[in-house]
Design a protein around this ligand. Structure first.
Ligand code: PLP
Length: 463
């Protein structure tokens, strides 16, 4: 795409941003102190550009979402054509528009692989909204089944399910729970399968069993007939790319079946190829009853999310009259048209297979190089999502400064200075690049992390 570069008055934009705009998940005083946010003005492929002439390799695919990369004319055209024909109509009035029908059909085709009961799709505009839908849906399902006391949802500590009241309540981020409560009642948080922090040096099978036992103990303590559902990300993303040990998910699924509990997978990051399958749960070979998806669904080109629902649940919904839930923008035709075109790109370019067979294994191999680095406690990845744990003492999980949160932000800032956009979560550097990332770009990601660790080491050792 060759378009003329726009000339922005960056200093003016920064000033106006500080004066009027409140960015997401930000420290407003700190932004003021550093002179305002970095203004990203354009992007192409896997590279983003700011208004001050810097280019950055986008190791985060935006915010875990730009799976097909930037600069896709095809997606812009899909939105443009749909907006000219019909920019908007709702799904409240016994009405629908063509794009959400076709998109739901396409999603059903992908999510029913190995799980033929997963056939139905409810649309929303964000991952958080999708999880609001999930919460209402599963509780209402049990009401219709004449088991209204089954309303407890079990989630995990350090899970991320969004930032609306329901999303953050379902999530297990204590620093989010600390602001703006009270939370939605009836949500219980159990142990996360974070071996590096919570099972260091333990036998993996023992650690896995301990995590599963914690879930079962909670089911028993709240009462098995009070539990509506278990929710989890196949791989925890915002929690720091927590990849569960082998065997964890099948055991969790078996627990859900044992106690008649619905299994919900939050696929907002793992969906659409991230783990080398269309959905993350397919990698683990489990069969959820409900899945939430967003992010890679449209590669972030327009906001849209979806909830996949099994026929077993929809059959019950049919006994209840109106399901009085839905949003003005549920099934938005332009967003759905873009998502459909996005899925067509993923299919045509074989990005799921490429992640599974080529770039995913290549990233894993490239990260192995970091295992030898004195600051690296563990470098892990699955498909095209990964994390590098920074430790003070090789062979341990001891952190600089005696607690988490010192090394991560320092190394992250160095990576950004060195031309790589990544995120620091506690003391890990996490990455989630576009699925179009090349071998050369993967090498560059690892090189920049290595260089940044080298630059950080004397500073961290001097603490
Ligand atoms: C990002 C995310 C959400 C929330 O999505 P939003 O679009 O930011 O509301 C929910 N679940 C998971 C797993 C996510 O990564």
């Amino acid at each position: 795409m060759n378009r003329p570069l726009k000339n922005y008055d960056i200093a003016e934009l920064k000033r106006l941003d500080l004066a009027h705009h409140l960015p997401a998940q930000a420290d407003y005083k700190l932004l003021e102190d550093i002179g305002g946010s970095r203004i990203i003005t354009r992007a192409e492929g896997s590279t983003i550009y700011d208004g001050e002439g810097h280019s950055l390799l986008d190791g985060m695919a935006g915010l875990w979402c730009v799976n097909v990369g930037y600069g896709r004319d095809e997606l812009a055209r899909a939105a443009y054509e749909q907006m000219l024909e019909l920019p908007y109509y709702n799904t409240f009035f016994k009405t629908v528009t063509p794009p959400p029908v076709r998109l739901a059909t396409k999603i059903a085709e992908k999510m029913s692989v190995g799980n033929p009961d997963l056939q139905h799709v409810f649309f929303n505009s964000s991952g958080s909204e999708a999880n609001d839908t999930v919460l209402r849906l599963v509780r209402y399902y049990w009401q219709l089944k004449a088991e209204p006391d089954r309303n407890i949802i079990i989630s995990r500590r350090n899970a991320y399910h969004g930032s609306t009241v329901a999303g953050m309540s379902l999530g297990g981020m204590t620093f989010m729970h600390a602001q703006g409560g009270p939370m939605v009642p009836g949500i219980e948080h159990v142990r996360q399968p974070y071996a590096f922090n919570e099972g260091f040096g333990e036998d993996p099978a023992t650690f896995t069993q301990a995590c599963v036992d914690d879930i079962e103990a909670r089911i028993l303590s709240v009462g098995p007939d009070k539990v509506a559902a278990f929710i989890g990300e196949p791989v925890q993303g915002a929690g720091g790319v927590i990849i569960p040990p082998e065997g964890y998910w099948p055991k969790v699924e078996a627990l859900c079946r044992k106690y008649g509990i619905l299994l919900i997978c939050d696929e907002v990051i793992c969906g659409f190829g991230r783990l080398g399958q269309w959905f993350g749960h397919q990698h683990y070979g489990i069969k959820p009853d409900v899945i939430a998806m967003a992010k890679g669904l449209s590669s972030g080109y327009l906001p849209i999310s979806a909830v996949g629902v099994s026929s077993k649940i929809v059959d019950v919904l049919k006994t209840g009259g109106d399901f009085v839930h839905g949003y003005t923008y549920s099934g938005h035709p332009a967003a759905a048209a873009v998502a459909l075109a996005n899925i067509e790109i993923i299919e045509r370019e074989g990005l799921v297979e490429r992640t599974r067979n080529d770039t995913g294994p290549y990233l894993a191999k490239a990260l192995k190089r970091l295992d030898a680095h004195p600051l690296v406690g563990e470098a892990r990845s699955l498909g095209l999502i990964g994390a590098v744990e920074i430790v003070a003492e090789k062979g341990t999980n001891h952190r600089f400064g005696g607690k988490e949160g010192t090394a991560g932000p320092l190394v992250r800032d160095l990576c950004i200075k060195n031309g790589l956009m990544v995120r620091g979560i506690r003391d890990s550097i996490v990455m989630c690049p576009p699925l179009i990332i090349t071998h050369e770009e993967i090498d560059r990601i690892v090189d920049i992390i290595e260089q940044s660790l080298n630059e950080a080491e004397p500073k961290l050792r001097a603490l």
